[in-house]
Design a protein around this ligand. Structure first.
Ligand SMILES: *Cc1c(COP(=O)(O)O)cnc(C)c1O
Length: 402
């Protein structure tokens, strides 16, 4: 294995973002392959007994076992770290493996965590159900309200946990304010940046400590594999994350890592185009639906904040119809091109009804509190021709009398 320029931080840190996304992290074998090699190997062998001894002792670099490190996975980790501007990154088996690892690797019984009320259903499950089972106290707040973060801090607060934009309410969290507040109180911020990706928003530039991803979404970008990642400082990764990950094993498969490496090469192009299409479609639909929730449109109450911290607002937005679940389901059933699917980040346009799918497990009361109404629909805008998408949406809106 030969380290290419892509593994040399002295060189790669001078590269601009799109170059990092294509070449960052590349590691070439003696074959000189241009596309990253796929190392489907759980174990590794050694020329002599001293070699593994040195590697296990941390005195020499090199592979030992794929739960600890794998060359293809390491390429992905280096590429995501470079794109994020993070010292280090570790890939995880899924977005939820990333969130669970990022939280549990640093929390203990007796600690307190403040979490955003509006969040992906499984992220809410972690804070509502898993953390309390292990004696971790939780406060769930309206994360749009800066004063609420301040008011929730206790002596034992260890972590602030939120996503921005939030799934599916599109709430925006003031990254600069919340990260600075956390710093002042010695609290670690964990930001779920799945909706934005490092192309559109880099929370570490605002002072975030840990940035976690579902790479299943925009990073893969074509709906193929589950993957996740956690970015942080060397200190956090080495002292907190790695002891947890290496012994509990939420590792990403090398095959899935390879697919995401290929996805990252086109992320910049895809997300900019999909973000543009999302703004156009949102604008077109705005007058015909009861409520449009798109941070890229001036009608969003946090539009200015979104533009301050994001380069564009991403391919996903939500909207509401007045007729509740029956009208929302009828609208989905009237679509001809756009798929009914609860996935996001795909190159295909997908629409779902969060209350009966992604946020079903949250329960009706918590759904209402976080603003996931019965009439809410969430659209992931794909790479199809926007005229075809507009026609499909127009037809579905007409079919339900809008
Ligand atoms: C999808 C998603 C997750 C979970 O990711 P998986 O890869 O499905 O495990 C976490 N957070 C957000 C914001 C998501 O959209």
């Amino acid at each position: 294995m030969k380290r290419d320029t892509g593994q040399n931080r002295e060189i790669t840190r001078h590269w601009r973002p799109a170059t990092r996304a294509v070449r960052g992290g590349t590691w070439r074998s003696e074959q000189g392959e241009t596309s990253e090699a796929l190392f489907l190997s759980s174990g590794f062998s050694y020329d002599d007994a001293a070699t593994p001894a040195a590697r296990f002792a941390g005195e020499a670099e090199g592979m030992t076992y794929s739960r600890l490190q794998n060359p293809t996975v390491a390429m992905l980790e280096e590429r995501i770290a470079l794109m994020e501007g993070a010292e280090a990154c570790r890939a995880q088996a899924s977005g939820m493996a990333a969130m669970t690892t990022a939280l549990l690797c640093q929390l203990s019984a007796g600690d307190h965590i403040v979490a955003a009320r509006a969040a992906f259903g499984s992220c809410r499950w972690l804070v509502d159900h898993l953390c309390p089972r292990f004696g971790i106290e939780v406060s769930v707040i309206d994360a749009r309200n800066n004063a609420a973060w301040e008011a929730a801090i206790r002596k034992n607060t260890k972590v602030f946990f939120f996503e921005t934009p939030a799934n599916p309410t599109m709430d925006i969290v003031d990254l600069g304010f919340v990260c600075e507040l956390a710093r002042e109180h010695g609290i670690t911020t964990v930001v779920d940046n799945a909706f934005a990706t490092p192309v559109l928003q880099r929370p570490m530039e605002w002072g975030a400590d840990v940035v976690a991803y579902s790479a299943t979404k925009m990073m893969d970008g074509q709906g193929r594999v589950l993957a996740g990642a956690v970015c942080a400082s060397h200190e956090f990764i080495n002292d907190k994350l790695l002891p947890f990950q290496r012994n509990t094993g939420p590792n990403l498969s090398p095959f899935n890592a390879w697919v995401v490496l290929k996805g990252l090469e086109t992320l910049d192009l895809r997300i900019r185009r999909q973000s543009e299409s999302a703004v156009k479609l949102g604008r077109m639909m705005e007058r015909r639906v009861a409520r449009m929730l798109h941070p890229g449109l001036p009608s969003h109450p946090q539009h200015n904040l979104a533009l301050r911290q994001m380069e564009a607002c991403g391919p996903i937005f939500s909207f509401e119809v007045e007729g509740g679940r029956p009208q929302a389901h009828a609208l989905l059933d009237a679509l001809e091109l756009i798929d009914i699917s609860n996935n996001i980040g795909d190159s295909r346009s997908l629409m779902c009804h969060p209350a009966s799918t992604t946020h079903h497990s949250v329960g009706p009361e918590a759904r209402e509190a976080m603003g996931v109404s019965e009439g809410m629909l969430r659209l992931n805008v794909g790479l199809e021709d926007i005229a075809d998408l507009a026609e499909d949406i127009d037809g579905a809106l007409r079919a339900v009398g809008l």
